[in-house]
Design a protein. Structure first.
Length: 277
């Protein structure tokens, strides 16, 4: 009940937060981690339920292949094989770019350094590498996702991707969905823990900023550590603003939460100036 009351006051009654100045640190710590979980909920949901390929995504991938140069590779005997037409010289890699993925094709498991410095490269994109023995996620080094013998990948000819063949693309997307599911299952818990840690750091930094803003305001005599403890309650509107902004894809909620946090901080400072500290 204490946590719920502080949640309600954090959202609607900033003046009452002053009366929590004597809260035990364990109570504030529990409240902090509840805010962290709330903050991380939308991102966690995105990780858990991101397995299905949307129609827009499939159309984007198909268009990217059809608009790019020919990818002269096919999978046979569970290996990626270069298709030579007797004229073109094989490049070190070929790439297909979509909004969230860069899909590379290369017989080498190590992409050139120029890839990491390429114009327009975004760290928010996932890089997928089709190489000689399987499909890898590629960050600074390749991490194996699946080998070609695990799914029905034999016979896929990427040079035919420019053709608008329904059965061809149905096979591609069926296997791509399986690969993405494998990737998600391998990395889900690491990703969720990372999101929680990032959310904890972000919330702690936000609380520190609110503390610095309020601690040195005129009339405030709370100790720095005590104000930082109280700032955990003060950032509640911003956390919920971020939650709704992510859930409903409307940034206005984030700004509403930010403005409420700033106003609540000023209200809290006024109460501190009148209070018996």
């Amino acid at each position: 009940m204490k946590i719920i009351k502080r949640l309600m006051d954090g959202l609607f009654s900033p003046g009452k937060i002053y009366y929590y100045k004597d809260d035990k640190k364990i109570l504030t710590t529990i409240y902090f981690f509840i805010l962290v979980l709330i903050y991380a909920i939308p991102m966690t949901i995105g990780v858990v339920f991101s397995s299905n390929l949307s129609t827009n995504f499939m159309e984007e991938v198909r268009t990217a292949f059809q608009m790019s140069e020919v990818i002269p590779y096919k999978i046979e005997n569970n290996k990626l094989t270069y298709i030579s037409d007797g004229e073109n010289i094989e490049k070190s890699y070929y790439v297909i770019s979509t909004t969230n993925y860069d899909i590379y094709f290369s017989l080498s498991k190590t992409l050139p350094d120029t890839v990491n410095r390429a114009s327009g490269f975004s760290i928010t994109k996932t890089r997928i590498l089709f190489t000689i023995d399987g499909v890898y996620e590629y960050r600074n080094y390749p991490t194996l996702l699946v080998t070609y013998d695990k799914y029905n990948l034999n016979g896929i000819d990427f040079s035919k991707a420019k053709e608008n063949d329904y059965k061809y693309w149905e096979n591609i997307f069926t296997n791509l969905s399986s690969i993405i599911n494998t990737y998600k299952n391998q990395t889900m818990w690491i990703t969720i823990v990372s999101l929680v840690l990032i959310s904890s750091g972000g919330l702690a930094l936000l609380s520190l900023i609110v503390t610095i803003f309020g601690r040195f305001s005129k009339g405030n005599t709370l100790k720095f550590s005590k104000y930082w403890q109280m700032s955990i309650y003060l950032v509640t509107p911003m956390v919920f603003g971020e939650l709704f902004a992510t859930l409903y894809s409307m940034q206005v909620f984030y700004y509403i939460g930010l403005i409420m946090t700033l106003i609540y901080s000023m209200t809290f400072n006024q109460v501190c100036g009148k209070g018996d500290i």
